[in-house]
Ligand binder design. Structure first.
Ligand SMILES: C[S@@+](CC[C@H](N)C(=O)[O-])C[C@H]1O[C@@H](n2cnc3c(N)ncnc32)[C@H](O)[C@@H]1O
Length: 248
C-alpha cells in the first residue's frame, strides 16, 4: 500500500480527486491519499507530494482527522479533528457495527451520491451506523430512511443521526426476510444476497441505485439483477471493491 502526502487547495482537489477513488484524508494541514498500486504520474506531478509505503490494513494506518470525499464531505469520529470541508459528518462506531467512513466502499458511495442533485428521498439499505444516510440528509435529500439487520448498528445510527442533527427514520430489518423500503435513490453498500433481494423489490419510484459492497467478479450478476437500470458511473479500488451508480 502506498501513501501520498501533499498540500493543496480545492482547485488541486478538483483535479486529483477523480484519479483517487479511495478519497483524500486530511492530516493536520496536510492531505493524504492511499492506493494499493503506484499513484498515476499525473497525480504525482499535480500534487508534488511525497510517497511512502505503509501497511495494507487501514486499521494500522488511521490518520487523525477522518476522511474528506470529493473535497466536500468530511467523515470523522467525535475524537478526530474538524476539517474545513463544507459538510461535516461525525459518526461513532461501536462493537461490530460497520461504518466509520474509513472503508473505501462507503467513500465511493458518497462520491457517487455527490454527483446527483438532491431531489426526493433516499433509502440506505444495510445502513450500519448510518453514515451514508446522514450524508444524504445533510446534502438535502428527504425523507431519508435506513435499515440494518444488526440492532446495535441501528442503536448507534440513531445516536449518530442525533449527533448530526438530521432526521432519519431508522429501523432494524433483515432484508433477507423483510421488504426493503424504497425511495428515489437507494444506497446499497451490502453483500450480493442483499442486492438480489433489493433488485427484486425495486419499482418505478426508484431512479438511481448506488451499489457497493461487491468485488469485480460479482458486478455482472448484480447489474443484471437490477433489470431496467444502466451503469451510469463506476468506481473501483485496487483491492477490487467496486461501486456503481445505476440509473434508469
Ligand atoms: C458494508 S456495510 C455498509 C454500512 C454502511 N452502509 C456504510 O456504507 O457505512 C454492510 C451493512 O449491511 C448490513 N447487512 C448485511 N446483510 C443484511 C441484511 N440481510 N439485512 C439488513 N442489513 C444487512 C450489515 O449489517 C452492514 O451494516
Amino acid at each position: 500500500m502506498y501513501r501520498l502526502t501533499f498540500s493543496g487547495d480545492e482547485d488541486l482537489l478538483d483535479v486529483v480527486l477523480p484519479l483517487l477513488p479511495a478519497g483524500v484524508h486530511t492530516d493536520g494541514d496536510e492531505l493524504v491519499a492511499f492506493s494499493g498500486a503506484p499513484f498515476p504520474p499525473a497525480v504525482l506531478e499535480a500534487t508534488g507530494g511525497a510517497v511512502d509505503e505503509v501497511p495494507a490494513d487501514w486499521r494500522q494506518r488511521q490518520v487523525g482527522s477522518g476522511v474528506v470525499i470529493s473535497g466536500v464531505v468530511s467523515i470523522r469520529s467525535p475524537f478526530e479533528q474538524k476539517s474545513s470541508a463544507p459538510i461535516e459528518v461525525v459518526v461513532e462506531r461501536r462493537g461490530s457495527a460497520f461504518g466509520s467512513g474509513s472503508h473505501p466502499t462507503t467513500q465511493m458511495c458518497v462520491a457517487l451520491l455527490l454527483e446527483l442533485e438532491p431531489s426526493g428521498g433516499v433509502a440506505d439499505l444495510g445502513c450500519g451506523v448510518g453514515t451514508l444516510a446522514i450524508v444524504a440528509a445533510k446534502l438535502g435529500w428527504a425523507p431519508v430512511v435506513g435499515v440494518d439487520r444488526v440492532p446495535v448498528a441501528i442503536e448507534v445510527a440513531r445516536e449518530n443521526a442525533a449527533r448530526n442533527a438530521v432526521n432519519i427514520d431508522l429501523a432494524v430489518s433483515d432484508l433477507a426476510i423483510d421488504d426493503p423500503p424504497l425511495a428515489e435513490v437507494l444506497l446499497v453498500n451490502a453483500p450480493p444476497p442483499v442486492h438480489a433481494r433489493v433488485a427484486a423489490a425495486v419499482d418505478e419510484r426508484v431512479r438511481h441505485v448506488i451499489v457497493s459492497g461487491i468485488v469485480a467478479d460479482e458486478v455482472e450478476d448484480v447489474v443484471k439483477a437490477y433489470a431496467g437500470f444502466k451503469v451510469a458511473k463506476a468506481l473501483g479500488t485496487e483491492d477490487e471493491w467496486i461501486a456503481l451508480r445505476l440509473s434508469c
